[in-house]
Design a protein around this ligand. Structure first.
Ligand SMILES: [Mn+2]
Length: 295
């Protein structure tokens, strides 16, 4: 699928009506959830988060600034029956955003969409570190009969030649442990290891891959289910708001970030607070990126 011209969505992240030309950040909504293992519904994630984002107050208290250079693309139309084709469409969209010299922020959808994004980045960056904030390692070769299950995302990114850091893991398969073995280009940091000194644990993991540009993939199940119940595979023992924002600040202020995604948000009834939390986390990340990365 070729995306040839800017297509303005009537539903803009943050209610921000920046022109495409002025925008530095492009939100790419991908309402696809066919690879979800347990609770489906991530297809409703992007619209729910964008809806909640309109209630954000644009002034960020921590950063003392307002960020408005955001443009929201129309939803990528998924191919329900083909993860591979959906991933191809995601790749096309990210290629286009990069060719326009803008910073893509994907909004999933399940975690399989990350593969399309990383494919586009690998064409531009021979060496790339994929940093996953995730309760799972997503390193299965195949899951439920699919190589494009959300449980295989990091494995596919690894095969594309990316280095892998999975941070905050608290659910892991024996097959994944065997696969990682003594590989030096994959690092798993469990939540158990990270919880007493999260920023130090992150710095240590990143220091294994110095200089590499970083693609940051944020699976919302990284957060504790008490604040983020809206996800297809919730895991106890997750991270709180302030720890999470400190970790994002840490990586964004210390490494070159080339792209981001936020995946696996799957709305449940009466938890609009979780949609709002995610909208705020995305806006917060845009703030950090603006202060530390974008000239
Ligand atoms: Mn996960």
């Amino acid at each position: 699928m070729g995306i040839k011209a800017p297509r303005r969505s009537s539903r803009m992240f943050g209610g921000i009506n920046s022109s495409f030309e002025e925008a530095k950040f492009v939100i790419i909504p991908v309402p696809y959830d066919s690879s979800t293992t347990w609770l489906p519904g991530a297809r409703f994630g992007p619209s729910e988060v964008i809806d909640a984002s309109r209630y954000l107050e644009p002034y960020d208290i921590e950063l003392g600034a307002t960020f408005g250079n955001i443009w929201t693309m129309e939803e990528i139309e998924p191919v329900r029956a083909s993860a591979k084709k959906t991933i191809g469409r995601v790749k096309g969209a990210v290629e286009w955003v990069l060719s326009e010299k803008k910073f893509p922020i994907l909004l999933g959808g399940d975690h399989s969409i990350t593969v399309g994004s990383v494919k586009a980045f690998k064409q531009r960056y021979e060496d790339l570190l994929c940093l996953f904030f995730d309760a799972h390692a997503d390193l299965y070769d195949e899951y439920e009969g699919s190589k494009y299950s959300h449980a295989c995302t990091a494995r596919r990114c690894y095969e594309l030649g990316a280095k892998i850091v999975a941070f905050g893991v608290r659910s892991l398969g024996a097959e994944e442990v065997d696969f990682v073995g003594k590989k030096e280009d994959i690092t798993i940091v469990s939540a158990l290891e990270a919880r007493s000194h999260p920023e130090e644990a992150l710095s240590k993991a990143l220091s294994r891959f110095p200089e590499l540009p970083v693609y940051l993939s944020f699976d919302v199940d990284f957060l504790d289910p008490s604040i983020m119940p809206c996800t297809g595979t919730p895991e106890p023992g997750g991270f709180d708001w302030y720890t999470t924002t400190r970790l994002l600040k840490k990586v964004i202020s210390s490494r070159r970030i080339v792209g981001m995604d936020f995946v696996e948000f799957s709305p449940v009834v009466n938890r609009k607070d979780a949609a709002y939390l995610l909208a705020k986390l995305i806006y917060k990340s845009i703030g950090y990126l603006t202060l530390f990365q974008i000239q």
